[in-house]
Design a protein around this ligand. Structure first.
Ligand code: NAD
Ligand code: UDP
Length: 336
């Protein structure tokens, strides 16, 4: 099988390329490198001893994308390419809608022209907004609260409409909870541009001395220690979920939505302490005001993925912190 991975140089894309190559599949990756580095592709090749057919292109560039489908007989697509910063999406919504939604429409158009009908799409738990019940099941109320989340929600709706009109399409919509961690070799990991928005990369940069302290956004939530609770999922487990989802849409066609989370919630304080254990240092922190738009608690019911995909998260928060620290320690400035 030959798999096209859009956004293949990015954080989750690069880990998924490792899993695909280790599974023995051919990988074609495209990325405009807006939020990533070509170095990640080289390192994936080094880890696996395999080869990626890599193209630095923008998926908005239809002729360039079509050319790749002419050069390679693609069997299926895993679609990671997108902009993903919630705060930035509020500042520049047009770019988010254009890049994420138009980009997906162009990809679908090229797939259709080449009769490629299998797609795994990166959605997000952000489509649940402030969840109406916990743990969150796939049929919970959907309610995105920012432009980034709405791009995910709208793309999900677009894929559902396309499938309803033509059931030769096969889609797996994967709603990730909080991806963290890095490959156990420490060769690839999350390398945010500028100050990290997310908790674990921020803690890691404090631990390595790039940031003075962590700001904990609120300790007065209705949670056992007052800090926010999330469902952290190791990126290597997440990558494996994509292989399982691909197998599912080939053996059991159609459209299906899955939560990819561990099913366990951990507070900011718990993550901080787990990281301190991993890096054997104290992480300085300050209590700061709540971050606008944050919810108190969010964690998945991942039982549908376990039942239908045979997938579940295996790695613990200690693994997540150990691997994040290993990556950050070996690469204090990321890929640079
Ligand atoms: P990432 O930014 O590391 O990877 C996305 C990649 O897509 C980047 O390498 C970027 O350069 C590329 N890209 C963006 N627009 C492109 C375009 N028009 N053409 C070609 N390449 C383009 O992000 P990630 O964390 O690996 O996330 C992958 C996907 O998963 C995204 O769609 C994201 O929205 C989704 N997701 C991520 C998280 C998370 O917390 N990391 C959570 C839920 C969902
Ligand atoms: N958080 C924090 N300080 C930071 C980044 C995040 O206290 O610098 C908290 C945030 O309020 C939330 C949790 O950590 O409770 C996870 O935040 P992240 O941005 O990683 O994920 P999301 O909120 O998008 O699920």
């Amino acid at each position: 099988m030959k798999i096209l991975v859009t956004g293949g140089a990015g954080y989750i894309g690069s880990h998924t390329c490792v899993a695909l190559l280790e599974h023995g599949w051919d990988v074609v990756a495209v990325d405009n490198l807006l939020n990533s580095s070509r170095e990640s592709i080289k390192r994936v090749e080094r880890i696996t001893g395999g080869r990626i057919h890599f193209y630095q292109i923008d998926i908005l560039n239809k002729p360039a994308l079509a050319n790749i489908f002419r050069q390679h007989k693609i069997d299926a697509v895993i679609h990671f390419a997108g902009l993903k910063a919630v705060g930035e999406s509020v500042e520049i919504p047009f770019q988010y809608y254009h890049n994420n939604i138009t980009g997906t429409l162009i990809l679908l158009d090229v797939m259709k022209e080449n009769n490629v009908r299998h797609l795994v799409f990166s959605s997000s738990a952000t489509v649940y907004g402030d969840p109406d019940r916990l743990p969150i099941q796939e049929d919970s109320r959907l309610c995105a609260t920012n432009p980034y989340g709405r791009t995910k929600l709208f793309i999900e709706e677009i894929l559902k409409d396309i499938h309803s009109s033509d059931n030769s399409w096969n889609f797996a919509l994967l709603r990730y909870f909080n991806p963290v961690g890095a490959h156990e070799t420490g060769q690839i990991g999350e390398d945010p541009l500028g100050p990290p928005n997310n908790l674990l990369p921020y803690i890691a940069q404090v631990a390595v001395g790039r940031m003075p302290h962590l700001n904990i956004f609120g300790n007065d939530y209705d949670t056992p220690d007052g800090t926010g609770i999330r469902d952290y999922i190791h990126v290597v487990d997440l990558a494996d979920g994509h292989l399982k989802a691909l197998s599912k849409i080939f053996t059991n066609p159609g459209i299906a939505v899955y939560n990819l989370g561990s099913g366990r919630g951990h507070s900011v304080m718990e993550m901080l302490h787990a990281f301190e254990k991993a890096c054997e240092k104290k992480i300085p922190f300050k209590i700061a005001p709540r971050r606008p738009g944050d919810v108190a608690s969010c964690y998945a019911d991942p039982s549908k993925a376990e039942k239908e995909l045979g997938w579940k998260a295996l790695k613990s928060i200690d693994d997540m912190c150990k691997d994040t620290w290993n990556w950050q320690r070996i690469n204090p400035n990321g890929y640079k």
